[in-house]
Design a protein around this ligand. Structure first.
Ligand code: NAD
Length: 312
């Protein structure tokens, strides 16, 4: 069987991580960036990530993975013969529109053009193209070589075949795609995260809880289950007869809480300043980088644990 070739356009944080995902799965990867300086250091930076993954037991042959990544400074060459493009340019509508104009001109007609955008729906940067039916969003979570979820978000114009091919490719490269049936700002993951953050900030601002205790509520409470099951399965298992039984018992409480929620802005500067004071007391600025490295190691250990559990 011929090795499939994909292109990654934009070699920043997310582009480098996608290159690892595709190459780890045995695909040939062309990695392009408009900034040639970015390309000079890209392989050594990818190699550092691969070495970390190897130390955590998550990849076996970093050199073989690296050898599948072909750095390309010419867009047309980068896109020749590729089945799929993962766009990882700046998070800006005008920039994405310009990149998509270039991608349409430089790629073959049946190449899928998928965007990593965190929150801009595809219709906003592909409606001007001749062939928007081959475009959609494939939103990863950083870094996608550790966190498998990908939100596949078609626009109204995206063809069913392009959606199906993208879902299949994501499964082939060991990601876990979900399909977002119609365009919505923030997609699913960031809408859920936003709901939690908005509520957390209000509870903190209004003096109900310290930042440390708020974080403990998730890390010693909700988050333990969330690393292997979602909120719907959680409530289905938390009443003897399942989700309807649960709703009969606790629905009125959640409904009351929902109506108490005001529409005010929890992201005001003063709230953030108070939160920052508590965070900097718990974690001084000069310890941020060390704690980030600790987080990445914990995440790798958790992923290794999950991979060792059949059916998880
Ligand atoms: P980044 O700034 O690290 O990388 C962007 C890259 O795009 C840069 O290397 C830049 O030189 C390049 N670029 C600019 N114009 C270009 C062009 N015309 N053609 C090709 N390359 C071009 O940003 P990032 O964090 O990697 O984000 C990339 C995309 O991924 C964004 O849409 C972002 O929303 C999305 N995303 C980011 C995260 C995250 O946590 N950082 C998570 C999920 C999705």
């Amino acid at each position: 069987m011929m090795t499939m070739t994909v292109a990654v356009v934009g070699a920043g944080l997310i582009g480098r991580a996608w290159a690892i995902v595709f190459a780890r799965a045995g695909l040939a990867v062309r990695l392009y960036d408009v900034d040639h300086l970015q390309l000079d250091s890209v392989l050594s930076r990818i190699n550092e990530s691969l070495e970390d993954l190897q130390k955590a037991g998550l990849v076996e042959e970093p050199a073989a993975i690296l050898a599948r990544i072909d750095v390309q400074a010419d867009l047309t060459k980068a896109l020749t013969g590729v089945a799929y493009v993962q766009e990882c340019g700046p998070e800006d509508v005008a920039a994405k529109q310009a990149i998509y104009t270039q991608l349409e001109a430089a790629s073959e007609p049946d190449t899928i053009l998928a965007s990593s955008t965190s929150g801009i729906v595809a219709s906003q940067f592909t409606a001007h193209l001749e062939h928007p039916e081959r475009c959609l969003v494939a939103h990863p979570v950083n870094p996608p070589y550790l966190i498998p979820l990908v939100e596949v978000v078609p626009s109204n114009a995206t063809s069913a075949q392009v959606i199906e091919r993208t879902m299949a490719l994501m499964r082939q490269v060991e990601q876990e795609p979900i399909l977002v049936n119609k365009e919505v700002q923030g997609f699913i993951l960031n809408r859920l995260q936003g709901a939690l953050l908005n509520e957390a900030l209000r509870l903190f601002r209004d003096g109900y809880v310290s930042s440390e205790d708020l974080d403990k509520t998730v890390k010693h409470g909700l988050g333990l289950r969330w690393s292997f099951m979602g909120p719907f399965e959680t409530i289905d298992l938390n009443a003897p007869k399942g989700v309807v039984d649960y709703a009969g018992r606790y629905g009125p409480l959640y409904r009351d809480v929902d109506t108490q929620r005001s529409g005010d802005n929890p992201w005001e500067a003063q709230t953030l300043q108070e939160l920052d004071e508590q965070r900097r007391e718990a974690l001084p600025n000069n310890q941020l980088a060390g704690r980030q490295a600790w987080r990445d190691r914990r995440l790798m250990a958790l992923i290794a644990h999950k991979q060792a559990q059949p059916g998880s």
